[in-house]
Design a protein around this ligand. Structure first.
Ligand code: SF4
Ligand code: ZN
Length: 126
């Protein structure tokens, strides 16, 4: 079964079957909740401080090399709505427990991985 793409208000596309959000329609195998097996005990899976720093440095480098492109406010809002519902989201720290990066509503890329247009969800939810 393939994802069926519907456009969203921010100009991205979402598959209503699995909930995945993408910048544009691309052939993708649709599996409802394909991330379930990864969410055993998300709190314990938090990356170490070192790993977090490395992930952040890598994200920053990818972003800087492309000229620091950012997503707009609507896109950030739509993506954050996915993070907030995700088992890997840490609402206190406003961060993703999978990669350790900050995921929030800020529009500055240096303060928010979602705002960096070069970044995506490590579990491919967006
Ligand atoms: S980036 Fe992905 S894995 Fe992390 S909290 Fe957001 S949706 Fe979940
Ligand atoms: Zn789908």
């Amino acid at each position: 079964m393939k994802c069926v793409w519907e456009s969203t208000e921010s100009g991205m596309v979402r598959c209503p079957q699995c909930g995945v959000l993408r910048p544009n329609p691309r052939t993708r195998v649709c599996r409802p909740d394909p991330w379930k097996d990864k969410a055993k005990n998300p709190a314990e899976l938090k990356p170490s401080v070192t790993k977090k720093a490395l992930n952040y440095a890598a994200a920053w480098t990818r972003w800087a090399l492309k000229g620091m492109p950012t997503r707009d406010e609507n896109q950030i809002r739509e993506i954050l709505a996915i993070c907030v519902k995700c088992d890997h989201y840490d609402p206190q720290g406003e961060a993703c427990n999978e990669c350790g990066c900050c995921t929030n509503a800020r529009t500055q890329g240096w303060a928010n991985k979602i705002a960096m247009a070069t970044e995506k969800c490590p579990l491919e939810k967006w």
